[in-house]
Design a protein around this ligand. Structure first.
Ligand SMILES: [Zn+2]
Length: 252
């Protein structure tokens, strides 16, 4: 079910045990070859595919496109909710759904900058409702749900997500090739961090001049199809775990 297309009595009738999925992404620079709405378009496709087998069993909220992208603000067009504002926004969404009686909530994320505020939001929400044991509050990023695309399609060179990289460019070639610019003049940009295992605070310009991280020249639409299949299947599995939860225990 799509929350945006339901009436309020229909929503009320589905509480409390129907899982609610809250997709969150971004509008931020994706290098010289991809559009600002990349993260939102890609997560939208993952969610669209996952919704098909789950349509009768879960409610999908509309995708929240404004994300925490302050680290990309040196690049024109990026729009960002600063981290604390974004944290409040996610807390508010979770509170709205709890207020309406729902107990099984999953924020599904499509942008790295949302990860820390998103995890903090589910953590804070749990603390506010600490007397309850019937809330399942989850946050997950779609490319970190366990699937290993390179094992499914050995043509994939990248093993984990970059930025406007082989993975994201492949997925965009699969759904909107008209929005992907020429790749042949691009160069590989390292996806590595430094000073590990410390977490190194960064702005995008520290790591990339053009804006991408990875090597988009390896992208193909065929790889994009593999990525979408793996990520959508991962999301369906997670929602099925939410459905199977007994409604009170910490463990599944
Ligand atoms: Zn992206």
């Amino acid at each position: 079910m799509l929350l945006a297309e339901m009436t309020w009595p229909a929503v009320k009738a589905r509480a409390p045990d129907t899982p609610v999925i809250i997709p969150v992404a971004a509008l931020e620079q994706h290098g010289h070859h991809m559009p600002l709405f990349t993260d939102s378009l890609l997560l939208g496709e993952v969610v669209r595919r996952a919704h098909e087998p789950l349509a009768e069993r879960a409610i999908f909220a509309p995708l929240q496109w404004l994300g925490n992208s302050d680290h990309h603000l040196d690049y024109a067009g990026t729009l960002s909710a600063p981290p604390r504002l974004y944290l409040d926004l996610l807390n508010g969404l979770l509170e709205n759904l709890i207020h309406h009686g729902f107990r099984r909530l999953l924020i599904v994320n499509g942008h790295g900058g949302n990860t820390i505020p998103g995890q903090q939001a589910v953590f804070e929400t749990r603390q506010r409702h600490r007397g309850r044991s019937d809330l399942l509050l989850l946050f997950a990023t779609y490319w970190s749900l366990g699937g290993k695309p390179a094992e499914v399609n050995p043509n994939l060179q990248q093993q984990s997500m970059g930025h406007a990289c082989e993975w994201e460019t492949s997925m965009m070639l699969r759904i909107r090739p008209d929005l992907v610019g020429p790749l042949d003049r691009l160069e590989a940009v390292s996806r590595d961090f430094s000073f590990e295992p410390a977490y190194h605070g960064w702005v995008t310009q520290d790591r990339s001049v053009p804006g991408h991280m990875g090597d988009p020249r390896h992208a193909t639409a065929e790889k994009g199809e593999t990525l979408f299949q793996v990520f959508a299947a991962d999301l369906v599995k997670m929602v099925e775990r939410m459905l199977a939860w007994d409604g009170r225990s910490w463990r599944e």
